[in-house]
Design a protein around this ligand. Structure first.
Ligand code: NAP
Length: 351
């Protein structure tokens, strides 16, 4: 399994991270036994990076991890969790206040039976808490040794930059990572978020890299998803998020490239994401070892540039304004001098 540094930090993580949202989920996930097998198979492949959240299976995912991590070499692992979603009905059991961040971290550590977490991520933005309070609380957790680094998830680009600016101004540690929805079908982050994270020296961690299973190719021509699968159980959210005519045509291309190179569509779809080194890791989700194996292959195998370009062109991302303005106004006027590489800002592709 190949490793990458998480953003500008010195933390080396596997480029395939084990997502554990399936652990303990009774509807479309797996129980403790399968979770232990999945973790074992991931560690056997050389993976070191595990992602969870208090939200997952109403804290069951963290509790299962607490049981199945027992006896594993803790220091070789990079363990990440998240807070933000309500954990009960009381008003402070949610969001990004100092009170909730500290309590959520301590509760996650207790459930996972850990002394510290490597990466603690805010799962979304809190419009009612000053960002200075949030960054200060995360910094306190770092100083007290309860977490090593902090990251964010699902923030707007301006919120990421504002949070890190507040951290810098006050001497707090900035975010080292952003966790976002990114796959061949949903490339929204290319517009603003991905360039912002690159600018901030943050690594990108991609959730739902297989579009919740669609990019495996298993739904081609199938009207009714299999019982127990995510598309069967929560299809009303996923259909809107991932399924339309051109997206299904893209899945066909993923499958035909997979046939050509003798790999699973899963490996091809994940490798497309990992071709961009702004991305540190894809978060692989599975409810069996069998499902996980082709994802693990993406930890070693690289797609050719030609196939990457073919897939990129198949379902172009509409970058919209101001990107279309840049093509007309910026490119002709600022492309005459070669930029010093470290000074060049990253924009969505302007060609
Ligand atoms: N920060 C956030 O807001 C956020 C949100 C979502 C997820 N996440 C993180 O990202 C991780 C991955 O997300 P995800 O689970 O949505 O990723 P995903 O890779 O897009 O979807 C995983 C699902 O695809 C199906 N699948 C995977 N491999 C397969 C194979 N070889 N054959 C057939 N089906 C296969 C399985 O679902 P079925 O068997 O049910 O079809 C599996 O549960 C999560 O575990 C979590 O850690 C974070």
């Amino acid at each position: 399994m190949k490793n990458r540094y998480l953003g500008n930090s010195g933390l080396a993580v596997s480029r395939v991270c084990l997502g554990t949202m399936t652990f303990g989920n009774e509807s479309w996930g797996c129980g403790e036994k399968e979770s232990a097998e999945i973790l074992g198979s991931y560690l056997d492949s050389g993976g070191n990076f595990i992602d969870t959240a208090d939200l997952y299976a109403a804290t069951e995912s963290e509790k299962i991890l607490g049981k199945i991590l027992k006896g594993k070499d803790r220091s070789s692992l990079v363990i990440a969790s998240k807070c933000w979603f309500p954990v009960n009905e009381t008003p402070n059991a949610r969001g990004l206040s100092r009170k909730h961040i500290v309590e959520a971290c301590e509760a996650s550590l207790t459930r996972m039976k850990l002394d510290y977490m490597d990466l603690f991520q805010i799962h979304g933005p809190d419009p009612y808490t000053p960002i200075e309070e949030t960054m200060s609380a995360l910094d306190d957790l770092i100083r007290s040794g309860k977490i090593r680094y902090s990251g964010c998830s699902n923030l707007y680009a301006w919120q990421v930059v504002k949070a890190n600016a507040a951290a810098k101004q006050n001497g707090y540690e900035p975010f080292i990572s952003g966790q976002y929805l990114y796959n061949l079908i949903r490339r929204d982050i290319e517009r603003e978020i991905l360039p912002a994270c690159v600018d901030q020296g943050m690594g990108i961690l991609c959730w739902s890299p297989l579009a919740s299973g669609l990019l495996t190719g298993k739904y081609r021509g199938v009207d009714i998803p299999e019982p127990g699968s995510r598309f069967k159980e929560v299809g009303e959210i996923l259909n809107d998020r991932f399924i339309w005519k051109e997206a299904l045509e893209l899945v066909d291309l993923v499958c035909s490239i997979a046939d050509e190179v003798g790999k699973s569509p899963v490996t091809v779809a994940l490798s497309w994401i990992l071709k961009d080194h702004a991305v540190t890791s894809v978060l692989a989700g599975a409810r069996s070892v069998e499902q996980l194996l082709p994802s693990l292959e993406a930890g070693e195998w690289d797609l050719s540039d030609e196939h990457r370009d073919q897939l990129t062109a198949k379902l172009p991302c509409d970058h919209g304004y101001p990107c279309d303005w840049m093509k007309i106004a910026l490119v002709p006027n600022f492309s005459k001098t070669e930029p010093e590489p470290n000074r060049a800002q990253r924009f969505p592709p302007l060609a």
